[in-house]
Structure formats: C-alpha cells, structure tokens
Design a binder for this molecule. Structure first.
Ligand code: F6P
Length: 326
C-alpha cells in the first residue's frame, strides 16, 4: 500500500500545448489510485502563496484539447531561495500533501530538485516545453505542436517570399537550443537553419545567400534559432544585407504564436502516457525523477540528468538539410 495519500500538481515556467492533457492524466490516475489531488495555481508562486484547490475528476473534463494551462503558470524567482521554498513547504504541510507532480521545463526541475532534497519530498516531473531541450527524453510535451505551428507559418511566408523573390530569415523560439529551428527547416523545406549548436554563421550566409539563393532559386527561407550565439533573425538579416545589398531581405520573429494553440494528437498522447507514468512512479516509490520517453518507451530520469545542458542535436539531420536544400 502506497504511503502517498495526496498529491499536489502544478504547471510552471513557459506554457506548452499538452500541459492540460498532462494535468488531466495525472489527476485522473491519482484519483483512480485512491489519492486526493490538490491543484496548485500559478506554479511555485501559488505554492508559496497557498493558491491550492482540491480537484475532482470533473475538474479536468474538457481540457485535453486546450492549449496553455488551466492552472496558469509563472516563473518564480522566490522559489530559487531557501526562504521561498520554506514558505512553499508550509503550504505543503498545511494541506497534508505527500508528493508533488510538476509540469514544466529545466527551470521547473531545477527548483523541484532543490525542494525535494531540502524537504525529503517525493517529486516527479513531466517535461513540458516547446524547446525539446531536456536530456533523457526524445520528446517534450508541446514540442510537436509548436513544430507544426512553425511549419504552418513558414508555409505562408514561403508564398510571399516566392512572389516577391525575397530572402527571409524566420526566427523561432528554443532558448539556446536548435531543435525547433532545425526540424522546422527540414519539414518546411527551408534552405538552411542557423542554430546555436553549430558555429556556422558566416558560412551559412555565404552558402545560402551567395550560392543557393539566385543560383537555383529566386527565394529563400532560413530558420534561425533565437539565441545570443546566432544573433537572431535581426542580426543575421543585417549581416546578409551588408554581404549582398542587391538582395531583398526580410526578417520575421514568430514569437509567442509558437506556444499557443490546440495540442497535436502526438502531444496529447505523450502527455497522457507521461501523466499516468508519473503516478505509477510515485506508487513504485520513485522520487525526484522526470518522466521521459525513449524509443517509444517510458523511462524515468533523475532531475540532475534531465537539466544537464547537453542534449545533442542530431548532426545527420543537419547534413540532410544541406543536401535537401541544393
Ligand atoms: O522555454 C520556453 C520558451 O518559450 C523559450 O523558447 C523562450 O526563450 C522563452 O520560453 C520565452 O519566455 P517568456 O514567455 O517568458 O518570454
């Protein structure tokens, strides 16, 4: 018989499509296993300020298809301090919460790890971020939807790029990770991707602007990952204008459009599987782990590994893009 009689659940950091599907799965699996579920609003902020409501199964009805998070979310610098975490723990004690399930990205898990260690609290995480930048999981919840949103936008930009014979630099999110940019470039048939993992700024410009563009094509689209390393779409567009003043260059920053929208089937299924697995992990006595997916199998990954900054980009994809964009 599990020691865990009640759980708290929260969403934190940048929202991601599929968070609601994850919340639904966590809530219903916990209730199915005789646990009480306390929903915590506004992430760690709400844990500190006691924004806690007990959820029944009907509280998560009709949310699987909704983007964003019905629990709201926040980034919470207070939780990075021992004082903030102490206040959060007071809320846990007040509601007699035995374990936490947190849905978020690396900031969320960094906080979860500190809290779990300080208060000997079982915490399980669901990887939710459009960036797909967490180690130990092939995919994060929200990434597939964002990728589809990006390619839909790029398809539209392609129409106008080709009509005006222009070179477009399209900036996508990723917070220093190039997964969205690289995969969107392949899926949208873009000419190149500029990502922080590959130091190729100058060469890409020469290759794309100098060769690909005008040689075989009269319009080009380059996906650029947001990051100080890449300089973003603005920085690269400026460099391209200098290099080739004769070309008609435009930049587009897709921004938060990428984070919204109804989750894809893949994200809903992933979130549902991971939500079930999070409660199963707690029942098995697991703690301080993130639920991941590797080769279509659920895996459990220690927070310390999930937040390590070294998830590699698949170099083969990068080479494939080069080949396909001639
Ligand atoms: O981590 C998710 C993410 O969307 C990043 O891709 C982006 O850099 C960041 O969040 C934007 O954060 P905010 O919504 O707080 O501006």
């Amino acid at each position: 018989m599990s020691q865990i009689k009640s759980i708290g659940v929260l969403t934190s950091g940048g929202d991601a499509p599929g968070m609601n599907a994850g919340l639904r799965a966590v809530t219903r699996t916990a209730i199915c296993n005789g646990m009480k579920v306390f929903a915590i609003y506004r992430g760690y902020k709400g844990l500190i300020s006691d924004e806690v409501v007990e959820f029944k199964t009907q509280d998560v009805s009709n949310i699987i298809q909704r983007g964003g998070t019905i629990l709201k979310t926040a980034r919470c610098p207070e939780f990075a301090t021992p004082e903030g975490r102490k206040q959060a723990y007071d809320t846990i004690v007040k509601h007699q919460i035995d374990a936490l399930v947190v849905l978020g990205g690396d900031g969320t898990f960094t906080g979860a790890k500190a809290f779990a260690e300080e208060y000997n609290m079982p915490v399980v995480g669901l990887p939710c971020t459009i960036d797909n930048d967490l180690c130990g999981t092939d995919f994060t919840i929200g990434y597939d939807t964002a990728l589809n949103t990006v390619i839909e936008c790029v398809d539209r930009i392609r129409d106008t790029a080709s009509s005006h014979e222009r070179l477009f630099f399209v900036e996508v999110m990723g917070r220093d990770a190039g997964f969205l940019a690289l995969n969107a470039a392949i899926a949208a048939g873009a000419e190149a991707a500029v990502i922080p993992e590959e130091e190729i700024k100058k060469e890409v410009l020469e290759e794309v602007v100098g060769n690909g563009f005008r040689k075989t094509k009269n319009s080009s689209i380059v996906l650029v990952a947001e990051s100080d390393v890449t300089g973003g779409a603005k920085g690269i567009a400026e460099a391209a204008r200098k290099l080739h003043p004769e070309y008609d260059v435009r930049e587009v920053i897709l921004g938060h459009i990428q984070r919204g929208g109804t989750p894809s089937a893949q994200d809903r299924i992933l979130a549902s599987r991971m939500g079930v697995a999070a409660i199963e992990a707690l029942l098995e006595g697991q703690r301080n782990i993130m639920v991941g997916i590797m080769n279509d199998e659920i895996v459990y990954v220690p927070f310390s590994r999930a937040i390590k900054d070294d998830k590699p980009i698949n170099k083969r994809l990068f080479n494939a893009l080069r080949t396909l964009s001639i």
